[in-house]
Ligand binder design. Structure first.
Ligand code: DC
Length: 227
């Protein structure tokens, strides 16, 4: 059987701009954008709702099969996370859920539960999927792998500006500290830690704006996928 769908894997640390770029590229290429961080965030949200700590392996193991989670796309192509029939896409974007998602994602049972869900989307669509282990674990045969990164200070500055723009209260030092802590957690966990795949192309966006980053990513993609 010939190849059916293309996949682009984008990995990298928190705040590197993965979702911003992936969303733009997906629209331009007509691919489905899969934000896998949102799936881990939804699990963290569910655990918080049930009063289970994301560090509590027994509790998480007991509850994981009870999650009724669906990924849907609205008319603009934006991914929506549906938990028990309720759209929680807005609720999962808080610093508490960021922390909880990073902790929950270190649990083996959570990662194996979500693995098939992510692969299934890639079996049915051309995808741009972003996360931490897409090129290394979820889609090891992705047509294109990009490792997007930027210095911790720049990533914190971007996150800080984003929060102010949304009218949220923010403290730069705290934002930076949370980014560094999440890098540490995501890079040092035992299962599927964040690392660059051997066959990924690294792109440092510290000195690039969004348009420049998108243009460079398009060039990288065009080397392997006919656009
Ligand atoms: O990309 P994000 O900030 O929304 O991700 C939230 C957390 O989920 C991140 O700190 C680590 C985890 N995650 C993961 O372990 N694997 C992925 N493919 C995506 C996210």
């Amino acid at each position: 059987m010939g190849k059916q769908f293309y996949s682009v894997a984008i990995d990298g640390p928190a705040g590197a701009g993965k979702s911003t770029m992936a969303r733009i590229l997906a629209r331009e290429l007509g691919f489905v954008y899969v934000d896998t961080g949102a799936i881990y965030r939804s699990v963290a949200y569910f655990l918080a709702l049930m009063g289970i700590s994301p560090k509590d392996t027994d509790g998480v193991t007991r509850l994981i099969d009870e999650i009724n989670l669906q990924i849907t796309y609205d008319e603009t192509g934006a991914q929506r996370m549906i938990l028990n029939g309720l759209d929680i896409s807005g609720e999962i974007r808080t610093p508490e859920i960021s922390k909880g998602a990073s902790l929950a994602s270190a649990q083996k049972v959570v990662r194996s539960f979500l693995l098939e869900m992510q692969r299934e989307v890639a079996r049915r669509h051309n995808v741009i999927m972003d996360g931490r282990d897409i090129g290394t674990v979820v889609l090891p045969k992705a047509d294109v792998k990009i490792y997007l990164t930027a210095s911790a200070e720049i990533r914190a500055e971007r996150r800080y500006a984003e929060m102010l723009e949304k009218g949220q209260k923010a403290d730069f030092k705290q934002v930076l500290q949370e980014i560094v802590q999440r890098d540490q957690q995501d890079m040092t966990r035992a299962i599927a830690p964040l690392k660059m795949a051997a066959d990924a192309v690294k792109l440092d966006t510290s000195d690039l704006d969004i348009a420049q980053s998108v243009a460079q990513m398009k060039d990288i993609i065009a080397r392997s996928i006919p656009l």
